[in-house]
Design a protein. Structure first.
Length: 97
């Protein structure tokens, strides 16, 4: 059974996150749209602290963004450079040379 403190926290997260998402959505329609996007994403992050659905949406969006940009969260971020100064990883060419 959830305690009153758990219910209060859940309500506060819902109110704060919902306010950020709603404010961000309004700002997206104005010249301040980059700020609106940041606020909406921040609100989704806040909501994701307590609720599973926003967390799932954010994780799916991160995965799609990573694939679109050619990034992979699974790959190592280290770049191996050979003794002759050439890159050992094909993805590291932009970093090495």
């Amino acid at each position: 059974k959830k305690t009153k403190l758990d219910q209060l926290r859940r309500t506060a997260v819902a109110a704060g996150g919902g306010t950020l998402v709603a404010s961000g959505a309004v700002l997206m329609a104005t010249p301040l749209h980059p700020v609106g996007h940041a606020m909406a994403l921040g609100g989704m992050g806040v909501l994701g602290m307590e609720f599973e659905a926003p967390r799932r949406v954010m994780n799916d969006a991160k995965e799609r963004w990573s694939k679109r940009k050619g990034w992979s969260r699974k790959k190592s971020s280290s770049v191996n450079q050979g003794n002759d100064g050439t890159c050992k990883e094909k993805e590291a060419i932009d970093v090495c040379g």
